[in-house]
Design a binder for this molecule. Sequence first.
Ligand SMILES: [Zn+2]
Length: 88
Amino acid sequence: MVEILIGLKNINVFEVEEDESGTNLKVTVETKNTKAICDKCKTKAKLKDRPVVKLYDLTSFGRQVELTWIKRRFYCPRDYPELLVIPN
Ligand SMILES: [Zn+2]
């Protein structure tokens, strides 16, 4: 349901809490895909990093939402040693 509310797909919701004022929400989500396949060699890509992205100015049911998104980025040592492979 939160996926629909915030317009992101393939996420797990870690935590939803109110901020100190009790009026706004803090939502922490994580990319659901833990594996990715390289589109060239079709082998399992390796996890590159897990960058944390903060998104603001979202609104849900009239409340401001501070969204923290923990992404997963992958790479293929053979085909994309520096480039990223998008999780399937
Ligand atoms: Zn590859």
